[in-house]
Ligand binder design. Structure first.
Ligand SMILES: [Cu+2]
Length: 240
């Protein structure tokens, strides 16, 4: 086989494995639960990044494995270095330009997604998550009583203000793709638009002392009218 034929065979193997690899990445759901608009955007980024990395990884592995298997020295064959290769201008330019375009495209894609998640968006529902050693409490504007459970209406933009009473905590709801530190003395924020009703788990994601593992919160997403009714009940609840 000529050098050109070897290159074509290796390129064919690379292409076939890349197609299979990308299909697997796109077919698999990487995030276990996707229950918010933000988590959908993050999942899209995971899929794009992983799918793009498959052909790049195979571009290294396939030629290496092909060379090892195909050009293995025969038993007793005298070993010597091959002829030196000085340069291959078009390959080098193509490599640099392709990498540059890929990185720039990904950075634009990432910036757009990040602004979408973290940009300044007014929420139609406001809630404050208060972290303390070792529990979460949730307060809603104009209501004195606190809730142990975070209840949100489906399909509405929620602006969560996150505060801490003592040490650094982190408010994390994996199904929403949200994780934001709660820092004593300042307010941090997370925006989330829940897309499905249901029960989800919230968890402190910053080691905050002896009871850290118990610092969990129930998160419940309900229909908007059910949310209004629940809020009315909370309003009537005696403040603690
Ligand atoms: Cu904590």
């Amino acid at each position: 086989m000529s050098a050109r034929q070897h290159t074509l065979v290796a390129a064919g193997i690379w292409l076939a494995l890349s197609i299979v690899g990308v299909a697997i990445v796109v077919g698999l759901q990487i995030m276990p639960v996707i229950a918010s608009r933000e988590a959908q955007i993050e999942n899209g980024a995971f899929v794009v990044l992983t799918a793009m990395s498959v052909p790049v990884l195979l571009l290294v592995v396939v030629p290496m494995a092909y060379s090892v298997l195909r050009f293995r020295a025969a038993p007793g064959e005298a070993l010597s270095d091959g002829p030196p290769i000085h340069d291959h201008r078009s390959f080098e330019i193509g490599w640099v330009v392709a990498s540059l375009v890929a990185v720039l495209a990904l950075s634009v894609y990432g910036a757009v997604g990040l602004l979408d998640i973290r940009g300044d968006r007014p929420g139609t529902v406001e809630v404050t998550a208060v972290g303390s050693q070792w529990s979460w409490r949730f307060t809603y504007p104009g209501i004195e009583a606190e809730s142990k459970e975070l209840v949100l209406p489906v399909g509405e933009a929620v602006h969560i203000t996150i505060v801490s009473k003592d040490v650094i905590h982190s408010f994390s709801v994996p199904a929403f793709g949200v994780k934001q530190d709660a820092v004593p003395g300042r307010e941090t924020f997370a925006d989330v638009t829940p897309t499905f009703t249901g029960h989800y788990g919230g968890q402190c994601a910053e080691l905050c002392g002896f009871g850290h593992t118990r610092m969990v919160a129930d998160v419940r997403v309900v229909e908007p009218d059910e949310f209004t009714a629940w809020l009315d009940d909370l309003r009537k609840a005696p403040p603690k």
